[in-house]
Design a protein around this ligand. Structure first.
Ligand SMILES: [Zn+2]
Length: 389
């Protein structure tokens, strides 16, 4: 009995210790980055978490498969993808936008932040393998291996190792002078703590938003999403660009109300109760951009439909999306629209919908989309394209 109690206590203390350590690592890192924020340039877009976010760009977790190092050279944040040619205006534009975006939230040049991370021992040179791994894709590495008559199977790190073993001098030469960095042990710890905390925050936001939608507290749901977004270093958009710090929910509410009131023809076989269960999930698809988790999808809905429950949820969302667009197009005096069937990821447009494809309609003669007669198990994939005169 007593040994069991001691064991349980020990576990509790250990777990608490680990959690507490993670939090304190993050707190220290935050304090550090805050002090630099106050020292360096003034910008109202400056974000306290930006310095740590930049550190995590040198480290990534793949879902459930442990950790990745993402070596990157300092120059990447200033010039964007290496290999962007002078005449590739678009690529260069994107690179500049990225650098400017970072400059705004950091309050200083990203290169300065990265060099500080290096000085503090949070980043370290990734070595020859990291340097090559950053510059070459797997097919390119395989080509290099073939040229040296070395086996080409295995993961990227294995390919890199084999190449360096086969031709160290040649690899040094093609790696060039660009030095790539990755997180050190200390840097990894901070990045890990940050990413864990952000994941937990997102999971909680998703749960809260779902709860609000189930209670049909639509405005609260919008505000919860806005509050989460306002905290982000780079402000995300849902559908349209939004200023999350001074948020006006009108636009999002309009669409959510349609989701909660509509009766799309394509779901005519569902009763009110069944539709009522699907509506919050369609709202989630809009506000959180997430396909609903399996355990949230009610059983027995499929039986009354040709399509799956996730497809039915998407139909509610698509219906609301189209209705709101049509209202906007009326105001903008759009006269004609075209229906396009979009096939994606193996989902196919059904024969009934194919007959609608590429046909033009006036807004008043337009059939309801998602199309009620659709026979696809994926639901109707038709989209409406407006023609602005
Ligand atoms: Zn169809």
């Amino acid at each position: 009995m007593i040994p069991t109690i001691i064991a349980v206590l020990l576990v509790v203390v250990l777990v608490y210790g680990v959690l507490h350590r993670k939090r304190s690592v993050l707190r220290k890192a935050m304090k550090l980055s805050m002090s630099f924020q106050t020292q360096s340039g003034k910008s109202d877009q400056k974000h306290p978490k930006a310095h740590i976010l930049l550190l995590t760009k040198f480290y990534k977790r793949s879902k459930g498969r442990g950790r990745f190092q993402v070596p990157k050279p300092v120059e990447w944040f200033e010039r964007g993808p290496i290999g962007v040619k002078e005449w590739e205006v678009e690529g260069q534009q994107r690179a500049n936008n990225m650098a400017n975006g970072w400059r705004a939230v950091l309050g200083e040049d990203p290169a300065i932040t990265i060099r500080r991370h290096i000085r503090q021992g949070l980043l370290e040179p990734a070595g020859l393998a990291g340097q090559l791994g950053w510059q070459y894709t797997i097919p390119e590495l395989k080509k290099l291996l073939r040229e040296r008559e070395v086996p080409i199977s295995g993961s990227k790190p294995q390919l890199l190792q084999r190449l360096i073993r086969a031709d160290p001098e040649g690899m040094k030469e093609i790696a060039g002078t660009l030095v790539a960095y990755q997180c050190s042990e200390k840097g990894r710890e901070i990045a890990e703590a940050y990413l864990t905390e952000e994941e937990e925050k997102w999971a909680k936001a998703v749960e809260d938003i779902f709860c609000a939608l189930q209670k049909q507290h639509l405005e609260e749901a919008c505000r919860l999403r806005a509050a989460f977004n306002a905290e982000q270093v780079f402000q995300p958009g849902i559908g349209i660009l939004t200023d999350w710090k001074h948020y006006d929910p009108t636009h999002h509410l309009e669409l959510l109300r349609i989701i909660f009131e509509c009766r799309p023809k394509i779901l005519a076989s569902l009763d009110d109760r069944q539709l009522g269960v699907l509506r919050p999930l369609a709202g989630m698809m809009f506000l959180c951009g997430e396909a609903p988790r399996k355990e949230r999808i009610p059983m027995g809905i499929d039986a009354t439909l040709i399509m799956s429950a996730p497809a039915a949820i998407r139909m509610i969302y698509r219906y609301a999306w189209n209705q709101r667009n049509i209202m906007g197009w009326r105001k903008a005096r759009v006269r004609t629209v075209t229906i396009v069937g979009r096939e994606y990821k193996g989902h196919q447009v059904c024969d009934v919908c194919k007959k609608l494809a590429n046909k033009r309609f006036t807004l008043s003669s337009l059939p309801e989309i998602p199309y009620g007669e659709c026979t696809s198990p994926d639901g109707c994939l038709c989209e409406i394209k407006p023609e602005f005169s």
